[in-house]
Design a protein around this ligand. Structure first.
Ligand code: F6P
Length: 341
């Protein structure tokens, strides 16, 4: 068989482990040919690719980023590109395409799959917000990076009696905020699923100082917003990919908390450091298993499906199901850490 692989959307630690696993399983065990498209869907639409053999993936297991490059694509570009994609698949003699990506990529995968292209998706995102898999690789690494940062920030916050508002990634969901905040013992965790009440937050942080503590750490997901009407808040316009441009929730919260509490409050934005660098062992293993199972799915002709972790097993779920809704932080998970003092 001939398989084309691509990585699309925001990068994520573990992408190279999937690519390596696909190449190993496909070429060494099945005798397949594998090619890698450059920069995501763009590579497929422009037939820009290279051959991937065992040498091409040697030494990449522990590396961050993606050896194939990635890009975001506008939904309309892809809709217009279905025929081009079909032609390229035929010209290149491809039996399957394995796109590795998050919500946007999987929606695009579904579109192409519905148009009849042979697709097996692999989910990735540090945000962990794909509903039909228990975990996505990249999340464990991002949580580890954020937790280490929070541990470090605690000591400097205490030295200077500051409130540090630490902004982590999480456009629609607060999984990184929840897990890193819990792991580091943050004093308040703010997630997009629950618009925050600035009065409540001020009280939580204020109570801590009143109890004699000398600092506070608030973790906030970048997509979090105040409860309507509770605080003046700038919001950003949409970019060309349909994503809101964030205006800095940590910055705005720091200003407001400093004003209300009379304590020095500083924003810290962790940003892309959460996405860079080597994947954790957990993410390498999950990514490797996804790659292996994606090749098996191709050989079973299980197109229109995506690999998924359920418990400890890797299964296949329809792409249609995978893109139906996002996995948000449920109230019962948030209740476990609410108002930690
Ligand atoms: O989806 C993963 C993610 O890291 C989000 O948490 C974040 O909002 C977004 O990508 C940032 O994307 P970009 O690197 O394109 O700004």
């Amino acid at each position: 068989m001939r398989i084309g692989v691509l990585t699309s959307g925001g990068d994520c630690p573990g992408l190279n482990a999937v690519i390596r696993s696909v190449v190993h399983r496909a070429t060494a065990d099945h005798g397949d040919d594998v090619i890698g498209f450059h920069d995501g869907w763009r590579g497929l639409l422009e037939a820009d690719y290279r051959k991937l053999d065992l040498d091409a993936v040697s030494g990449v297991l522990a590396t961050g980023g993606t050896i194939l490059g990635s890009s975001r694509v506008q939904p309309a570009q892809l809709r217009d590109g279905v025929e081009r994609a079909r032609e390229n698949v035929a010209t290149l003699g491809l039996d399957a395409i394995v796109p590795i990506g998050g919500e946007g990529t999987l929606k695009a995968a579904r579109l192409l799959s519905d148009a009849g292209l042979p697709i097996v998706g692999v989910p990735k995102t540090i945000d962990n917000d794909i509903a039909s898999t228990d975990v996505t690789f990249g999340f464990d690494t991002a949580v580890g990076v954020a937790t280490e940062a929070l541990d470090r920030l605690k000591t400097t916050a205490e030295s200077h009696q500051r409130v540090l508002i630490v902004e982590v990634m999480g456009r629609h969901t607060g999984w990184i905020a929840l897990h890193s905040g819990m792991a580091a013992g943050a004093h308040a965790i703010v997630v997009p699923e629950r618009p925050f009440d600035i009065d409540e937050l001020t009280e939580v942080v204020g109570r801590r100082f009143a109890a004699g503590k000398r600092f506070a750490i608030v973790v906030v997901a970048e997509g979090a917003k105040p409860r309507a009407g509770s605080m003046a808040f700038e919001t950003g316009a949409m970019d060309i990919y349909g994503h809101e441009r964030f205006t800095g929730v940590a910055r705005q919260l720091a200003g407001e908390l400093e004003r209300r509490l009379g304590k020095e409050a500083r924003p810290v934005i962790l940003g892309h450091v959460q996405r860079g660098g080597t994947p954790t062992a957990y993410d390498r293993v999950l990514a490797t298993r996804f790659g292996w199972h994606a090749v098996e799915a191709v050989h079973q002709g299980a197109f229109g499906m995506m690999t998924s972790l359920r418990g400890t097993e890797i299964t296949l779920v329809p792409l249609a199901e995978a893109v139906e809704r996002l996995k948000t932080v449920p109230d019962e998970r948030y209740a476990e850490v609410e108002c930690v003092l």
